[in-house]
Design a protein. Structure first.
Length: 323
């Protein structure tokens, strides 16, 4: 009981730190960008464009939620994008061979959860840095995707279209998934023991161990949760695009980690919250959409994203040093 009280007290202290101020700054920056874009072009604030932004960031946002949780625990998952490709390609191949859509989707999600479990188990058993382990697994999942697709593009049946459907012909179905996922993750991180343990492990693994937290088991569970979110994101992406290939999730890795870091999740672990990740995801989507509306070449967008990431890390490190 005393150990649990200590964890709760530490959790409250962590949640009241600089991460919240960084989220506030992020929110202000987002509002400023939206105001500027509304003045710059009337196409930005049209309902169709807003729904388009939200639809495009759905898979990214769900993946970023998983990446953020892993980073909170002082880990990293560089295989995230390739795991998305492998899960989506497997489901698409199964659908193409005549297997039912529900079974194909279930297998795809289970593959993603299994990839997370494998990543966590390898990290725990090898005691190697998550960076190295997931870097190796990134190559493994890429090879598996190529084996499944044989380098081809795999279409899915037209009926598998929930990623393009809308509720009341206004709200895209994927956006509902996005909001529900973030609400659930908020509840888990704030009100469940598992969520408090994630913060405790990321903030100080040694102290967490001495408090009675089973570090190894919880790390595996954290990567499995990340895998589950990856699985959901992969199915949404597959349904929205209507086909899968071995490079389907390649661009998501950098953007997912960027959304988490921009949202105030510290790369050293133990600091940040899920709504900051949400705002980071929205910021990336708004900036990308804004640059497209302003006819800015795509390669400049990578430069802008890189600058934003560096700026976010700089702000995060300043906050850490001030503490």
């Amino acid at each position: 009981m005393e150990a649990e009280k200590g964890i709760k007290a530490g959790f409250r202290k962590i949640m009241s730190n600089k991460a919240n101020s960084q989220v506030l700054m992020l929110g202000i920056a987002l509002v400023v960008i939206i105001i500027v874009m509304c003045i710059a072009t009337d196409r930005f604030y049209q309902t169709k464009n807003i729904m388009n932004i939200l639809t495009q960031i759905t898979a990214l946002g769900i993946s970023a939620a998983g990446a953020g949780i892993v980073i909170l625990s002082r880990g990293i998952d560089l295989s995230l994008g390739n795991a998305i490709s492998f899960a989506a390609c497997t489901s698409a191949a199964m659908m193409g061979s005549g297997i039912s859509i529900p079974l194909s989707v279930t297998v795809g999600v289970l593959i993603a959860i299994g990839s997370g479990a494998l990543n966590g188990t390898l990290i725990v058993l090898s005691k190697a840095e998550p960076f190295i382990v997931t870097l190796g697994m990134m190559s493994v999942y890429n090879g598996l995707s190529l084996l499944v697709t044989k380098g081809a593009n795999l279409p899915v049946p037209e009926v598998f279209s929930f990623g393009r459907d809308r509720v009341f012909e206004i709200v895209p179905v994927p956006v509902i998934f996005l909001v529900v996922v973030f609400i659930i993750m908020h509840i888990v991180l704030k009100y469940f023991k598992f969520g408090r343990r994630i913060y405790a492990i990321g903030n100080n693994p040694e102290a967490a161990f001495l408090s009675g937290i089973k570090i190894k088991r919880n790390k595996i569970l954290i990567y499995m949760l990340n895998g589950g979110l990856i699985g959901i994101a992969s199915m949404i992406l597959l349904s929205r695009l209507g086909s899968a290939n071995s490079v389907l999730g390649d661009n998501i890795l950098m953007q997912a980690i960027a959304a988490a870091v921009i949202g105030g999740v510290s790369l050293s672990g133990g600091r940040g919250n899920i709504w900051g990740v949400f705002l980071g995801t929205v910021l990336i989507g708004v900036i990308s959409n804004s640059l497209n509306l302003l006819s800015v070449a795509s390669f400049y967008q990578y430069i802008v994203l890189g600058i934003i990431i560096i700026g976010a890390v700089f702000v995060s490190n300043i906050g850490s040093k001030s503490r």
